[in-house]
Design a protein around this ligand. Sequence first.
Ligand SMILES: Nc1nc2c(c(=O)[nH]1)N[C@H]1C(S)=C(S)[C@@H](COP(=O)(O)O)O[C@H]1N2
Ligand SMILES: [Mo]
Length: 201
Amino acid sequence: MYAMEKKRIVSPINLREDRLPPGQRWISAPIVYDIVESIPQWDIEKYRFKVFGLVRNPLEFTYAELLELPSVELIADFHCVTRWSVKEIQWEGVQTSYILNLAQPDPRAKYAMIHCLEGYTTNMPIEYLFEEDTILAYKMNNSPIPLRHGYPLRLVVPKLYAWKSAKYVHAIELMEEDVPGFWEQRGYNMRGDPWKEERYW
Ligand SMILES: Nc1nc2c(c(=O)[nH]1)N[C@H]1C(S)=C(S)[C@@H](COP(=O)(O)O)O[C@H]1N2
Ligand SMILES: [Mo]
């Protein structure tokens, strides 16, 4: 028997002529940015990922259950608002569209808040979670995501600046109103489209 080929998604942006957003430059590897100095070694047995808020079917997964869900490989560029970009990072995980379809968003749900284990939060319009290249990744460059790059689970949203690609994700909350997350409360943009240079305010 042959193992089924994993679906491979190349972010459509990587094929565009304006692939490098305005005001950015390429560097070779992502620089670690964290709002706290040290990240604990999370207890994976106690870890849960949740979807809550305006959904008909709230969800809760163990890490082992997440690994059982249909997964994709994603190749996508990564753009930090501090003006560096990294080409073609390879991720593996579950499309957020798949998870949200299981959760069945209430029609009033228009925005999402991403909640992270160390207390970081970030908000975005719900549409970005239905993009085919938005995933909850548990692997980076063919290995489990390194601790400082977001283990055990990281949101990857190639169409937005990297501060929206939340590390150490433990929940997605769906909301009717747009509520600012950690950096958004400190002046970062509520959407953050790099091609429109939506950096601050
Ligand atoms: N949980 C969490 N996610 C986060 C951050 C953070 O401080 N905490 N920083 C963001 C910022 S500003 C950037 S640029 C990227 C950096 O990703 P890296 O640390 O994997 O290079 O993570 C984003 N996701
Ligand atoms: Mo950033």
